[in-house]
Design a protein around this ligand. Structure first.
Ligand SMILES: NC(=O)c1ccc[n+]([C@@H]2O[C@H](COP(=O)([O-])OP(=O)(O)OC[C@H]3O[C@@H](n4cnc5c(N)ncnc54)[C@H](O)[C@@H]3O)[C@@H](O)[C@H]2O)c1
Length: 429
């Protein structure tokens, strides 16, 4: 970037930050809180939940004792709470009846656990993407509303100071009229290596880990963390990373959803035992603009300046909404200054969970919908899921968001649901 043409707009950022200040603590009583899914990200959420000082950690649940041990040991450094250990979330919910449940399992478990938690009376902080198929998401929204519980989705970029000020910039029209948005993640990678299946490690209940998804042989590439690239449990890069950036598009536009979606995806480079596409392009037709998702898991470098985020293409210039690189506006008129804002992220892993948790607590107290309400998470998750659905069908699909269906297309509508493995029942819509 040309340093002479560089304006750093920090005033805007601190304003945005104050909108998510920690609310006043509840007098005398902490919320009984449970964590279900105590791996990498569950540990991060728990850290900020405990730091907020309004939770008493009553229980932690994981189907892998090793993950459970680590999470409980880490929680012990942050509070004097003595959480009970569970390996079955149904027992935890029945016995503890927690007021707050954090759901940070792999994606294929989010729907059943979230629905069970709100039915048991808990407010829920559930990770993105909310579901593996679209009708699961519908059931989650319905359950949250029926039981009148707050359900916050972990799309913390909606409370990141630079994303908030960037949205203000875009919505105020400073980038002009926007006709196209391109969301993308281009990370480096190669063919990868196939890891043979093996016996599950001691302490891991692999059958329960697979749960409603097909029971496949254990493979250390799947667990922990690797499920993202296996289509039985998740939806690849667009399901994992895509939702964050597709969510930014829905945040910016007044439209609820695209009218039609067409995806082309393939495994051009990968030769390992993962199953998700390493290359994917999705075109989304909105009424007022065209959106594109693009990922590839190779050739990630500085050749295209930014390798992650969204470009909003407007009549006044190109606006890049990024992550570690904040946001940058490149005016069309070369005589005008480039405008840039740095991010304000927290360690570990450069996120804004603290602000999202504060908003969650505030919603629990006021009853107001949270900033990443489940219905918002539903529409954003659907952007990813519709892309995968079109890829699986090999053709474009239309989308009626009000009905939550693909009009006059029984073949496509079948993919809004998937068969669950016994004894698990697909959540009722
Ligand atoms: N918002 C974000 O920026 C962000 C970042 C990272 C991960 N995530 C999301 O967090 C979720 C977890 O990802 P991760 O990287 O922490 O994965 P992980 O593999 O590290 O942790 C998931 C844990 O859930 C456990 N688990 C599986 N089935 C369970 C069940 N039925 N009951 C209880 N525990 C169960 C696993 O054993 C594992 O310990 C994913 O949905 C992911 O998309 C969100």
């Amino acid at each position: 970037m040309d340093r002479r043409n560089f304006i750093k707009s920090t005033a805007c950022a601190s304003l945005a930050y104050s909108a998510f200040a920690i609310p006043a603590p509840r007098q005398n009583k902490k919320y009984t809180t449970a964590l279900i899914g105590s791996g990498w990200w569950g540990g991060n959420i728990l850290q900020f939940a405990l730091e907020a000082g309004e939770s008493r950690l009553v229980a932690v649940c994981d189907v892998d004792q090793n993950q459970l041990d680590t999470a409980i040991a880490n929680a012990g450094k942050l509070s004097s709470d003595r959480p009970k250990r569970y390996t079955d979330y149904r027992e935890l919910l029945a016995q503890e009846k927690p007021e707050i449940v954090i759901v940070a399992t792999p994606d294929h478990w989010h729907p059943l656990i979230t629905v069970a938690a709100v039915e048991a009376g808990a407010h829920v902080y559930v990770e993105k993407p909310i579901s593996h198929t679209i009708n699961e998401g519908k059931a989650m929204v319905k359950a949250a509303r029926q039981h009148d519980r707050i359900v916050q989705v972990g799309t913390h970029r909606r409370v990141s100071p630079h994303n908030m000020s960037g949205m203000e910039f875009l919505k105020s029209g400073k980038a002009g009229k926007i006709g196209m948005v391109r969301a993308f993640v281009h990370y480096p990678g190669g063919p990868g290596e196939t890891v043979p299946n093996s016996e599950p490690p001691a302490g891991l209940d692999w059958d329960m880990w697979c749960g409603p998804a097909p029971l496949v042989p254990y493979n250390e590439k799947i667990h922990p963390k690797g499920f993202r690239q296996f289509l039985d449990f998740a939806n690849g890069q667009i399901g994992d990373w895509g939702i964050h950036w597709l969510d930014q598009i829905l945040w910016w536009t007044e439209e609820k959803a695209p009218r039609s979606v067409h995806s082309v995806a393939a495994r051009h480079i990968k030769e390992d035992n993962t199953t998700a596409p390493d290359t994917q392009v999705v075109n989304y037709e909105f009424e007022d603009f065209t959106a594109v998702w693009e990922h590839r898991q190779f050739a990630g470098n500085e050749a295209e300046k930014h390798n992650i985020g969204c470009y909003f293409y407007g009549t006044e210039g190109t606006f890049h909404m990024g992550w570690l690189d904040g946001w940058t506006f490149y005016p069309s008129n070369k005589d005008k200054q480039i405008i840039h804002e740095e991010p304000q992220l927290h360690e570990p892993d450069q996120q804004n969970i603290r602000e999202l948790w504060a908003n969650f607590l505030s919603s629990i107290k006021t009853g107001k919908k949270p900033v990443c309400d489940i219905e918002i998470g539903y529409h954003s998750t659907n952007m990813s899921l519709l892309g995968m659905l079109s890829h699986k069908l090999g053709r474009s699909v239309r989308w009626d968001w009000e009905k939550g269906e693909i009009p006059n297309d029984p073949e496509a509508n079948k993919l809004l649901t998937r068969a669950y493995r016994s004894p698990w029942d697909y959540p009722i819509v």
